[in-house]
Design a protein. Structure first.
Length: 188
């Protein structure tokens, strides 16, 4: 697994993880990984070739995991690109990150929070594509999903690591249950 900016989502604990701050430059480098995790990565200035290489990687059997943030998904220039085409969510573009007021709790079913009360304070206001499968919800909103593309999978988490907990709610990334959800996103 190779990850970009994975420390924000506490992915460093995964074995066989190589953290990087740049995409592989060649197909051979990229195809050496089973999974590529892009965490809050801005594609607004990325090249056509880089986006096409990631699309090919997924369609040829790779797993691409997109983790949301204030510089990711539609906010990060994916709207209208090859990467939106393989993403499990329809993106809106700039301005799609919205505050969750009150904070939304993550769970496996709509309105059924996990016992750890994993709170989400900001999320991407995106729509699940018809052929995508929901992995997790934030309140009633699909927040994590996957979709088959060619021989591979594209997975996205439309939450962000923005916001602070209170006495009643804990940021999702500070809960024990987050590791289980990440495992599902990355490995299952």
């Amino acid at each position: 697994m190779r990850g970009l900016f994975t420390h924000l989502y506490d992915l460093d604990a995964f074995p066989n993880t190589a953290q990087a701050y740049a995409l592989p430059a060649k197909y051979e480098e990229l195809y050496a990984y089973d999974t590529l995790v892009l965490s809050n990565l801005d594609f607004a200035t990325s090249s056509y070739a880089a986006r096409r290489m990631l699309k090919d990687y997924v369609e040829d059997g790779g797993r691409l995991v997109l983790l949301g943030g204030n510089r990711a998904l539609g906010e990060g220039g994916l709207k209208g690109t090859y990467l939106e085409a393989i993403c499990p969510f329809e993106l809106k573009g700039t301005g799609e990150v919205v505050r969750c007021e009150p904070p939304l709790l993550l769970g496996g079913k709509p309105g059924a929070p996990h016992p750890d009360n994993m709170a989400l304070f900001w999320r991407h206001d995106v729509t699940l594509k018809p052929d995508a499968f929901t992995i997790a919800y934030a309140g009633a909103h699909p927040i994590a999903a996957r979709v088959a593309r060619g021989k591979g999978l594209a997975v996205a988490f439309a939450g962000t690591v923005l916001g602070e907990g209170t006495a009643n709610v804990t940021p999702f990334w500070e809960t024990g249950a987050w590791a289980g959800l990440v495992k599902t996103l990355v490995l299952e």
